[in-house]
Design a protein around this ligand. Sequence first.
Ligand SMILES: [Zn+2]
Length: 486
Amino acid sequence: MKVTRIAYSTRLNRSKYAALHEQARRLGQVRSEVWQRYGSISGVGSGLKDRSVRDRWLADDTHARFGVLANAWKETLRDAMTDIAANLEAAKVEVRRAAIRRGSDPAERMQMLNSLKADRWAGDPFLARQMRKHWRRGRNRTHDQIVVRADQHNTVVDRRGQLWLAVPGLERRRMVRIPLSTTVAPTGTLRLILRRGRVEVHYQIDASQMRSSSQRPCGDRTIGVDKGYTEALTDSEGARHGRRLGELLSGESDWLKERNRRRAKLRSIANTAALRGNHAKAHRIRSHNLGTVKRDRQAIRHRAQVRTEIFKAVHRVVDKAGVVVAEDLTKRFAGRKTLGKNVNRRLAGWTKGVTAEALANVSERRGSALVHVNAAYTSQACHRCGRLGRRSGDRLHCTSCGVVWQADVNAAINILQRAGDPDIALHTPHDKVRQTLQERTDRHRTRLPVQDSSPATVERRANRPNGMMSNQFGSSEVSCRTPGAG
Ligand SMILES: [Zn+2]
């Protein structure tokens, strides 16, 4: 697995920045052209490769319009084609779901999924219709990036120990030298992103080469984890990790709301002043009170803190786990766009992505296995009897067992148990899961009188994750009705 590293420029002079910015702007036009011409079904969707596009552009002199060096536009073209392909793959995920939901016979479904995978969906009316629906025509939004191929850049360290990265400019053999704030030289293909007078150098390194992989091996237990909001993760042994997350998120959310309110007020004062002809005042407010430099810096700092908290939490889990069982957090929700301005939910959605990244990343680096399971009803079902309980705050009350569980620990245990569940697979639909759970508890109820003495029950009880009944649940278990007593 690859991990992205970012190096930053330090004290870069303005003319160099301006030159790079101009180059990025022109390359943005290259990207726009690629999206315009090949960003639809007739382009990448029909299997067009970047090399043939390149040859076409060279043949009809398209490339000459942009005023950039050959390597620069070629790399940018390749990058934009990759973006379009990624866009296409994202649409395919939706179409794959639609094909599964359609639920005709398995052979037909399998054939559909295969033609989708091999880009042969144009021949199937259902798939073609779905692709048109889900693959909306995109456009280029990137105007601040320069992709530099591995053999096009070099680094030198000067006498004072300053690291300089040299990348091609707009003229041949005239490199732009960028002072970096790190001593580790970026390697491989670089992506320069120009933001607010600073250059970010993004590059990828192999996770297995990172120091931590040899230092900290993973544990040997199998542990289920539930993603929470006050804590980053709760595991099936009852431990909570990343306890500062809730405080970080709610603090940020409150602060953002307050600051946005104040900014709106200042903006209206500035607008009123401008309307009345007091442009000096309006300008003063806009430039001194409504700037974005400090706001963006604070946002970056906050994001870094949250990431650290989540990564630390995942490391704690991997300290004891050789197998981590978790919900697939990369799954996207259909109603994502409707989240809109709600700060809380936006932050929650973002942390979900970071948690998914951290689980995959840390597992890979430290050699533990990450198992994704279907998480439907794991937060509502009682892990002991399988019935749906009543949730109130962080408690889950199972009326059947007469027990109050810690909701997130209960969820983590359910997630752990899903890993070996023969009836509930990763993509089993929601309703089917509910039905399965229902059938199990019904069966359970009819056999209730003999249940206690059956060897299967004894075994199941013995297999229950340890420590559940004692320490962390001791206080929350209000009364425990013995099975069969009712
Ligand atoms: Zn129960």
